[in-house]
Design a binder for this molecule. Structure first.
Ligand code: NAD
Ligand code: DAU
Length: 350
């Protein structure tokens, strides 16, 4: 049985990746390593937590000693590394947390892997999950490709860019097999309600203001989270050693247009009069250093590995709204902080 370590598997994207691998590959044992920060929520995985090929490990990637012990104990065949501090606004108020987890934590994993894999580097793979934000900010035209020069502009994107460079350094210096993917904005079930779409769904539902930074003219490319998980599966199995793959939704929206679209869907779902939810839109102070536009050219991934996004945005946003409305308890547990007790309840006696 192959042993695969997925870090950050209790978070938004990680939980979808863990579920996909646990269900699709019964011959893999999936180890989910997560320290359960405010963003980690084991309720995201309660449907698979008792599967035979799944183990949750509570651990912090900034703890080098623990990482060394873990890798020596299990000798993982591969690693898919998603654990990170992920929210740009938090990186502006507390950059150090991002440096610790995203840079030092990644180096700890690379070091632990290097020590254990050293004589058989060609038998193991380190897959690093990154972001399109490392490429900086686009003007009105153009797309990020895999060869676009790095130009990170927030503490978050700088820490991710730094970790990307370190992963490449371990490939070139120590011969570690690595792949990296850089993805655009994800949306879908289980996203923590600090990010634009779930925050807005929650506020609209509760008749609270929807905060739009600046004039709402910033542009993001949105991808349904399961399409990202499918791309990760493909890249883990078919990606070429040392290569980078960009992943995007071919789905650019200004923030204000996206929120108007979301308000329309919410009006329908909540039985409100047309235009009712949009009255909650409130323009607020802009994010410091707010990147204007991200847009991705995914043609390498599409042409070489045969991936393409499966969901149109209209369908994806409806599914997302349906999920949040049907999972009020998940959302309420987060708002109240109760989700943090789930680990205690589920795992304390094990
Ligand atoms: P998230 O914040 O929802 O989840 C992050 C997870 O990592 C949480 O479960 C958290 O507990 C865990 N974690 C944080 N610090 C840790 C530490 N020190 N040790 C162990 N676990 C730790 O993040 P997400 O949105 O799911 O993003 C996952 C990855 O994908 C990140 O690397 C992020 O940079 C990247 N990414 C995200 C997006 C997006 O739109 N969300 C897009 C492209 C790339
Ligand atoms: O591009 C990929 C990145 O997408 C990931 O690497 C990050 O982990 C992820 O958080 C996301 O970053 P963004 O900063 O683009 O996502 P966020 O949801 O925070 O914001 C999306 C846009 O909406 C951005 O232009 C800022 C704006 N915004 C955000 C919030 C939370 C608002 O106008 N109001 C808000 O309340």
């Amino acid at each position: 049985m192959k042993k695969l370590l997925i870090t950050g598997g209790a978070g938004f994207i990680g939980s979808h990746v863990v579920r996909l691998f646990v269900e699709k590959y019964p011959d893999y044992h999936i180890f989910n390593l997560d320290t359960l920060t405010y963003a980690g929520n084991l309720e995201n995985l309660k449907d698979i937590e008792n599967k035979d090929n799944y183990t949750f490990i509570k651990g912090d990637i900034t703890d080098a000693e623990h990482m060394n012990t873990l890798f020596a104990e299990h000798v993982f065949d591969g690693v898919i590394h998603l654990a990170a501090e992920s929210h740009v606004d938090r990186s502006i108020s507390d950059p150090l947390a991002f440096i610790k987890t995203n840079i030092l934590g990644t180096v700890n994993l690379l070091n632990a892997a290097k020590t254990v894999w050293k004589d058989q580097m060609d038998q193991h793979l380190f897959y690093h999950i990154s972001t399109d934000e490392v490429y900086g900010s686009l003007g009105e035209t153009g797309l990020f490709t895999e060869t676009t020069a790095y130009d990170p502009r927030s503490p978050y994107s700088s820490s991710k860019a730094s970790s990307d460079h370190l992963v490449r350094a371990y490939h070139h210096t120590y011969g570690m097999q690595v792949v990296i993917s850089n993805c655009s904005n994800n949306y879908g079930p289980n996203q923590f309600p600090e990010k634009l779409i779930p925050l807005s769904i929650n506020n609209i539902k509760n008749n609270k203001p929807i905060p739009i930074y600046g004039k709402g003219e910033n542009i993001r490319d949105w991808l349904y989270v399961l399409d990202h998980a499918r791309a990760i599966d493909l890249i883990y199995h078919k990606g070429k050693n040392g290569e980078t793959y960009n992943i995007g939704g071919i789905n650019e929206w200004t923030n204000i247009d996206l929120i108007h679209k979301l308000c329309e869907v919410m009006d329908t779902k909540l039985g409100r009069a047309k235009g009712e939810s949009a009255k909650l839109i409130t323009f607020v102070k802009d994010r410091a250093g707010h990147d204007l536009r991200y847009a991705i050219d995914s043609s390498k991934l599409m042409n070489e590995l045969g991936w393409e996004p499966s969901l149109q945005f209209e369908e994806g946003i409806e599914k997302t709204v349906d999920w949040y409305l049907a999972n009020e308890e998940w959302l309420n547990n987060i708002i109240s902080g109760d989700y943090e007790n789930y680990y205690q309840k589920q795992y304390s006696e094990r």
